[in-house]
Ligand binder design. Structure first.
Ligand code: FA5
Ligand code: MG
Length: 457
């Protein structure tokens, strides 16, 4: 049972985005506010911190080895986003609660990896970078937003085109050409692990090959983070002569992606917590085989540009990237042209937050008067937290800083499930009145009842 969230266009049978018209079907679940952000292209906007971050990372992966692509269309096929990358048919990432669909076969890319296969096939260079806007139905807090930007990178070596056919030696020779760094990186796990993080033995990877690829991958990405950190530190020292830097803390953790193995995520210690900044790994050989380049082996990564920009500029809230306020944008003037002008973000003011709680029972089948259609009732099993997030965004836009589940229990007699969320209202641009906040909160309550069929407690 799916229900579109307050989107009148869902009744129509097509939607037009950037001048292109797509047929819609029962999979269509993209709200107008999300459709409206297609085309903002913050990653290409001069002097925007997302774009500046892209420039710095691109400079770490220079041509001619790496070729950069920044203009791929964010609307892609389900095949490109999932199937070509080996996502199993029942992978949760494919569900309508996680992904914005236009129709069953067309979606807003959830990651820049959607373009991997086409670039491997094109084989225009030994490496590539792709940056772009990506879309996910996701939680609401200061480091998650339904639209964000990724920068994807990949590097391959052709076993048939390296000296003496020795790809391991060729990779280590390239690694030796990379600079070193003196940051202590925590990396407690073995290079591969039979159950948790397997070597692609059946696909013909030797342990030595996989380890060489991983070593080159990890050094490349560590150098990227070190570069960001040095630039952030230089900016801080310029702005504040008494600045004392905290040492950079970085760690590798094991991860899983259908399109790499072994896989890792890189985390950076920031504002008292570990922040995940990227995912990466040794590219699944099947993707290279399917792309017609079976003799190649290599790595791939995908970085969250906002996450890196938050570290670089000390930007405290991901919503700020969408601000058109000159108090925000004005702080980065001239930086795209001259990176040495880079400064830390100086918060113009932090407006007060108001917290409101909301508690409801799941599982009451309600067809609301306002909804007035034959929408199927929402059962407990259908409840997905991302739907709550979407409703909050729909009603409140960017005035909500965080939505957090703080209590959940099942009633011992009725068996019904209760959920309690705390919503933190805070505008980035002004102080909200109590009246406004209460009205928004009542709007959220009403929408939860209408669209999810819950009963407010
Ligand atoms: C991916 O998207 C993989 N495609 C990355 C990859 C590429 C792995 C190539 C292997 C090879 P993940 O879902 O972890 O992985 O997202 C990558 C990064 O995007 C995260 O580390 C984080 O920095 C950022 N990110 C994820 N979700 C959000 C969000 N809602 N808001 C902002 N940034 C996000
Ligand atoms: Mg991740």
């Amino acid at each position: 049972a799916y229900y579109s969230l307050g989107n009148p266009a869902s009744a129509a049978s097509s939607v037009t985005v950037n001048g292109k018209t797509y047929p819609t079907d029962s999979w269509f679940n993209t709200p107008p506010k999300v459709l409206a952000s297609i085309g903002r292209k913050l990653h290409l906007q001069n002097d925007h911190p997302v774009s500046i971050t892209r420039q710095i990372i691109e400079s770490m992966f220079p041509g001619p080895t790496f070729k950069a692509y920044n203009e791929f269309d964010p609307i892609v096929s389900t095949t490109e986003n999932f199937d070509a990358l080996g996502f199993p048919p029942d992978h949760p990432g494919r569900s309508k609660s996680d992904t914005y669909y236009i129709n069953k076969d067309t979606l807003l890319r959830t990651h820049t990896s959607a373009h991997e296969a086409q670039l491997f096939r094109a084989a225009a260079s030994d490496g590539y970078l792709i940056s772009g806007d990506v879309y996910r139905r996701d939680e609401i807090d200061r480091s998650h937003y339904p639209v964000f930007h990724q920068l994807e990178g990949s590097r391959v070596w052709d076993r048939n085109a390296v000296p003496n056919g020795d790809v391991v030696a060729a990779i280590y020779a390239d690694l030796a050409r990379l600079p070193s760094h003196d940051v202590a990186v925590e990396d407690p796990n073995p290079p591969h692990h039979a159950e948790r993080n397997p070597l692609q033995a059946e696909q013909g990877h030797t342990a030595a090959e996989s380890e060489a690829v991983a070593a080159h991958l990890k050094r490349s990405l560590e150098l990227m983070v070190v570069e960001i950190f040095l630039r952030a530190k230089a900016a801080a020292a310029k702005q504040d002569p008494n600045y004392v830097d905290e040492p950079l803390r970085v760690r590798w953790v094991e991860a899983y992606f259908p399109f790499t193995s072994p896989s890792w995520e890189l985390e950076v210690y920031y504002a008292g917590d570990w922040l995940e900044v990227l995912g990466c790994g040794v590219t699944q050989q099947k993707i290279l085989v399917d792309a017609g380049v079976p003799s190649k082996i290599g790595w791939a990564f995908g970085i969250g540009l906002e996450r890196i920009a938050m570290l670089l500029f000390q930007i405290p809230d991901i919503r700020l990237f969408w601000s058109q306020d000159q108090r925000f944008l004005g702080q980065f003037a001239g930086v795209s042209e001259n990176l040495d002008l880079l400064k830390r973000f100086v918060p113009f003011s932090k407006y007060p937050a108001s917290k409101r709680d909301i508690s409801f029972w799941l599982g009451r089948s309600t067809v609301s008067a306002a909804g007035g259609n034959d929408r199927a009732p929402v059962s407990v099993g259908d409840f997905h937290e991302n739907d709550v997030m979407e409703i909050v965004r729909d009603v409140c836009g960017d005035t909500v800083e965080e939505v957090k589940l703080f209590d959940a229990f099942t009633h011992p007699k009725t068996g019904r499930r209760s959920m309690s969320y705390r919503i933190n209202y805070r505008s980035l641009e002004r102080t909200l009145t109590a009246k406004e906040t209460n009205e928004m909160h009542r709007g959220v309550e009403r929408a939860l009842v209408e669209k999810l069929g819950v009963e407010i407690r």
